[in-house]
Design a protein around this ligand. Structure first.
Ligand SMILES: [Fe+2]
Ligand SMILES: [Fe+2]
Length: 178
């Protein structure tokens, strides 16, 4: 066989590298959301705290899903170092604005990997990444919905308390009823 890399692994070194970058991004997301959970919790916004604790755990599962895929395909998965986690927020709204920004960046990152897979006809990884693309629909939806609550309810008076109450009820169900 000519292609030694291909004997060792099902994925190319470029895809392996992009997936490792994504593992780091998911780990970063997980830590960001943990910091957001702490901020919300210490500001009396318990439902929002719960929301971000749950998000943080989900990001950890995303990280592990990618990590195991790289290993299963014969690649080298790198345990990421996570630094630069923002812990202070100027406002309640800023937390959700940052969360939506983060999810938009993650969606774009997955699109870039899928584009690369398409270019080198790595349909196996493309199929694996479909789950993440679908997940991003939910992630962006929920943060947008939370930001809508700030516009609908407003933060004055008991507004923050009311917003927090509704954050606890945010659910996403796709048109397929999932
Ligand atoms: Fe994620
Ligand atoms: Fe996410």
């Amino acid at each position: 066989m000519k292609d030694l890399m291909r004997i060792k692994a099902l994925i190319s070194s470029d895809i392996e590298s992009l997936l490792n970058q994504q593992i780091k991004k998911e780990a970063h997301s997980s830590s960001i959301y943990l910091a957001m959970a702490a901020w919300c919790d210490s500001n009396g916004l318990d439902n929002s705290g719960e929301y971000f604790f749950k998000q943080s755990e989900e990001e950890r599962t995303h990280q592990m899903k990618l990590f195991k895929y790289v290993l299963d395909m014969g690649g080298t998965a790198v345990s990421p170092e996570v630094t630069n986690i923002k812990t202070e927020y100027n406002s309640y709204r800023e937390v959700f604005e940052d969360a939506l920004d983060q999810e938009i960046a993650i969606t774009q990152s997955f699109k870039n990997i899928v584009a690369r897979c398409h270019k080198e006809q790595d349909f196996v990884t493309m199929e694996f990444l479909n789950w993440f693309l679908k997940e991003q629909r939910e992630e962006e939806y929920k943060d947008r919905r939370a930001l809508e609550l700030f516009d609908l309810i407003g933060e004055e008076g008991t507004g923050r308390w009311e917003i927090d109450k509704h954050v606890g009820k945010i659910r996403y169900s796709s048109e397929a009823g999932e």
